[in-house]
Write a protein that binds this ligand. Structure first.
Ligand code: PBG
Length: 318
């Protein structure tokens, strides 16, 4: 076997998987009411952007051949129903319009569609008087958010709240409100992972003590259940599906790839980024090499694209 491993040129010739910048989607945070970018302690190198710094970041990503970004908003004011997610002047809507204006169709704009960044209780849905997440009332809010994002210029909306029926509700609202061209990237198999901690710092979300998202996100002991989630989302109208997180769910990515023909994404999440970065800073690992190895593994497992905080840094090396 070693004959074909002898030189870099031979190895390149027989490489089965090639990671390219085009496989990477950069998650970006935009915060309302700040006038300078704000660093995020648990995500070194990632910031909460102002509208202006968001635009320069997108230009830099484009210069490195990254073709798509996904936006998350950090509002100044939160409320029980997360109105910032659907108000036309909510921060993500404003940012989408500005980016569309500045970059035209040269970049794919994806809007994460959820309300946890906008609710004062931090859950991904509205609550019943007893404090449970109310599935169907939440769907009405997601539908409004999808339309607001479409009007503002999103090419793709990406529901991440794991409510049952969310894709059908969003598809129907988009079609009714004359946005049949807006695509849906479903966070189809999203696990109740402990790897989202740094993200919650990035969007200033804290769940009340002792609460978690296990009543809506998937139990990580289950893989077959992911196939059912994916099947339902495609049936409801998802154009693309996603598995999240990435590296601890390579088996799930592989299974889904075998089952479906639609584009499949993976989300290399904040905790995956933070672990590698922290070990890199300590001098324990070569962070960039580990990032490229992990992102290549995600592609090898079957993902067509990966959302990753490493997008810019890794694209420079590819
Ligand atoms: C929900 C959402 C989360 C992430 C993306 N969308 C947080 C959560 O489910 O708690 C996490 C992404 C990451 O950790 O990088 N709006």
């Amino acid at each position: 076997m070693r004959r074909l491993r002898r030189t870099a040129a031979l190895r390149q010739l027989v490489a089965e998987t090639a990671l390219t910048p085009n496989d990477l989607i950069a998650p970006l945070f935009v915060r309302e009411g700040i006038d300078a970018p704000e660093p995020i302690a648990s995500l070194p190198g990632v910031v909460q952007h102002t509208l202006a710094s968001l635009c320069s970041e997108v230009a830099e990503l484009q210069a490195r051949s990254i073709g798509a970004v996904i936006l998350f908003g950090v509002p100044e004011v939160k409320d029980p129903i997360g109105s910032g997610a659907f108000n036309p002047d909510g921060i993500v809507q404003v940012a989408l319009a500005k980016l569309r204006d500045e970059f035209g169709d040269s970049i794919v704009l994806i809007a994460d569609l959820c309300i946890d960044e906008y609710t004062d209780h931090g859950h991904c849905g509205v609550l019943t008087p007893e404090g449970a997440v109310d599935n169907d009332t939440t769907l009405e809010i997601y539908a409004r958010a999808a339309c607001a994002q479409a009007v503002a210029g999103a090419d793709i909306v990406a529901p991440s709240g794991m409510m049952d029926g969310q894709v059908a509700a969003i598809r129907s609202a988009l079609d009714t409100e004359s946005h049949p061209e807006t695509a849906i990237l479903a966070y189809a198999a999203k696990y109740a992972s402990s790897l989202y901690g740094p993200f919650r710092d990035a969007v200033n979300v804290e769940l009340p003590h002792g609460q978690d998202r296990r009543a809506y996100q998937q139990d990580w002991r289950n893989a077959r259940e992911a196939l059912e989630e994916v099947r339902l989302d495609i049936e409801e109208g998802a154009d693309m599906v996603m598995v999240k997180p990435a590296v601890t769910y390579l088996d799930v990515i592989h299974l889904v790839r075998q089952e479906v023909q639609v584009p499949l994404g993976a989300y290399h999440v904040s905790g995956e980024y933070a672990m590698i970065k922290a070990a890199g800073v300590a001098g324990w690992l070569d962070a960039e090499a580990v990032a490229i190895e992990q992102l290549t593994a995600v592609k090898r497992a079957g993902a067509d694209f990966t959302l990753t905080y490493f997008a810019k840094e890794v694209a420079e090396q590819l």
